[in-house]
Design a protein around this ligand. Structure first.
Ligand SMILES: Cc1ncc(COP(=O)(O)O)c(C=O)c1O
Length: 298
């Protein structure tokens, strides 16, 4: 296990997480920002969630590229270079005790009097925290999860990883309230993605995922699955999935950095295939776990 890097700004405590706020590493309870931060007043910012296995970051460059794309889209200059991001994130990881961590980072347009117009002087707020990354439950790989379809009522810039997640929050909560684990979103008769995940189906033994564009987040997990399928010469098409195709699919999966690849075995109360994660899921999941193992030191 790597040793924590100590800096003069560091604080430490046995049981309280250390977070990063604007260049300083402080105990969570000591991290404070102004109520005038535009993240708080407008949801004006973007974020990333990056897993680390044995303290090694999963696809860091891909996450940093997407962060940069999100920042460019909302016209905030990236406050750190790729090297500074890497050093800061690694230091945060090393200052927290768990081997497997989920790093949350967000950049907002900073503190300014509440006014829709951008502030004259740019002074973004950078915040990062990490939480223990839980292993996926074995129950999930035996039984899969249930999902419901809901109307995708989000804005049309879903490729930006915006901290304004109210629509996603309401959609996911509706799914939970109805006894499901995820909402699969439908826009104009086509499935876009989940409330907090990307979507794959299997049809005629071919994987299908909707193409990237403004209506969905370009997921890092999604990209890895596409790469795995290409390497293993598994049929994969990036094309739109109609509501009918979704309901008639051989297999349905939702993917994200924290969910990994979750097989949806019940959709809108109807059992998919035999109600268990299917053979294509097992094959891709094995390759995905193999990729994760390459990051592990133990
Ligand atoms: C709306 C949405 N789509 C897709 C994803 C999956 O992205 P990733 O694989 O990079 O975690 C997420 C992750 O949180 C998400 O919130």
């Amino acid at each position: 296990m790597k040793k924590p890097i100590s800096t003069s700004n560091n604080e430490s405590s046995q049981d309280e997480p250390i977070v990063y706020l604007n260049g300083k590493y402080v105990l969570l309870s000591h991290a404070h920002i102004s109520v005038l931060d535009r993240g708080f007043t407008f949801g004006d910012g973007v974020y990333e969630v990056i897993p680390a296995y044995d303290k090694n970051l999963f696809r860091l460059q891909h996450h940093l590229q997407r962060l940069n794309d999100s920042l460019t889209a909302i016209k905030i200059s990236n406050p750190l270079t790729a090297q500074q991001w890497q050093q800061s994130i690694e230091q945060l990881i090393n200052n927290n005790p768990y081997d497997d961590q989920s790093i949350y980072l967000q950049v907002t347009r900073g503190i300014a009097p509440r006014d829709h117009r951008f502030p004259h002087k740019e002074n973004p707020t950078v915040f990062m925290m990490t939480t223990p990354l839980e292993e996926q439950s074995s129950e999930m790989s035996v039984s899969g999860i249930s999902a419901i379809t809901l109307n995708d009522n989000r804005w049309k810039n879903c490729h930006i990883k915006s901290i304004s997640l109210l629509a996603n929050v309401l959609l996911l909560q509706e799914a939970l309230d109805k006894g499901a684990k995820e909402a699969i979103l439908l826009r104009d008769g086509y499935a876009t993605e989940g409330a907090a995940s990307n979507l794959f189906i299997v049809q005629n033994d071919c994987l299908i995922t909707p193409p990237k564009g403004p209506l969905l987040l370009p997921g890092i997990t999604r990209d890895l699955i596409v790469e795995i399928a290409q390497q293993q010469k598994i049929c994969l098409k990036e094309q739109n999935i109609s509501e009918t195709e979704l309901h008639n699919a051989q297999e349905i999966w939702v993917t994200s950095s924290t969910k990994e690849i979750a097989a949806v075995t019940r959709l809108d109360g109807k059992i998919i295939a035999d109600g268990k994660p299917g053979p294509h899921w097992h094959k891709i999941m094995q390759a995905y776990q193999g990729y994760k193992r390459t990051l592990r030191t133990s």
